[in-house]
Design a protein around this ligand. Sequence first.
Ligand SMILES: [Zn+2]
Length: 86
Amino acid sequence: MSDPVPVSDLPFITSLSELSKEDRERFGLYLPSGHRNAYRVERMKGHGGSRTDPSWDRTANQHTCCNSRVYWRHKVACPLLELNGE
Ligand SMILES: [Zn+2]
């Protein structure tokens, strides 16, 4: 199997149902264990975050925008995501 598409090249999607099984495998959405790669799925849904985001509070260990305690993911209702959405 070839290496999956780099995270930075993943397309944005609204729902996983937009993707065929081949797409999902190509985008590396399945871990060897068979579980979903939640990080990649959240990135593709536009919820991806980073420790380098201005909203990430290193002291409180959460995003100040939506109180998400997971640095790589904003909550669905995050106000920053609404600003960035189309
Ligand atoms: Zn947020």
